[in-house]
Design a protein around this ligand. Structure first.
Ligand code: COA
Length: 162
């Protein structure tokens, strides 16, 4: 039987509790989940991409069937390269839906047959976002409750560099 391989792409700058929730739930629904660290040209980076991969690997230790990759290109090309059958994304609200709808349509135009699957964000994590974490860091505030404990110290250290 064909393996159900999904990709969960993002910029993960930094990874948050919202991302980890999606990874755990996504991994439970497919055979193998690739967490893809990609470049979002619309976002200014705080943490170098290789470091985001390391942080995600730390979070995914012990999650069977999950691996992290760094991809410097289009998402559609990563899907083609890996032979994945779907892309997983999370929806927090209507704005996320509009963005994901457009991206999903664009990606399926780039790679016909590419499917985008969306899971509803856990409502307790609806206000969690990477940009909120970056802003809290900027103002020197505590980011626990936004970022998983396992990477709290690593991410906090980036705030001290600004
Ligand atoms: N709960 C809470 N928050 C969540 C969440 C969840 N379940 N899922 C996502 N989020 C938040 C993130 O924290 C992040 O917050 P931010 O907007 O403040 O940064 C936001 O929702 C989504 O970011 P993230 O999941 O990290 O990914 P992204 O939207 O930046 O990723 C790419 C976009 C990288 C997938 C996209 O730009 C891409 O595909 N790039 C490659 C180039 C390409 O192929 N472009 C498309 C064709 S031109």
């Amino acid at each position: 039987m064909t393996k159900k391989l999904w990709i969960y792409p993002g910029s993960f700058d930094p990874p948050t509790l919202g991302h980890l929730d999606m990874i755990r739930r996504g991994a439970g629904l497919c055979d193998e989940l690739i967490v893809g660290v990609l470049h979002n040209p619309a976002k200014r980076g705080l943490i170098p991409a290789e470091e985001r991969v390391r942080l995600l690997e730390k979070l995914c230790t012990g999650l069977p069937g999950v691996r992290v990759v760094l991809w410097d290109g289009l998402l559609a090309d990563l899907v083609k390269h890996t032979g994945a059958c779907a892309v997983l994304r999370g929806l927090r609200n209507g704005s996320d839906f509009q963005y994901e709808q457009t991206m999903g349509q664009l990606n399926s135009r780039l790679l016909p047959g590419l499917e985008t699957l969306c899971l509803m964000t856990d409502p307790r994590l609806g206000c969690v976002s990477s940009s909120a974490v970056r802003e809290l860091l900027y103002f020197g505030r505590d980011i626990s409750g936004f970022v998983p404990d396992e990477i709290l110290e690593d991410v906090t250290a980036y705030g001290k560099q600004d």
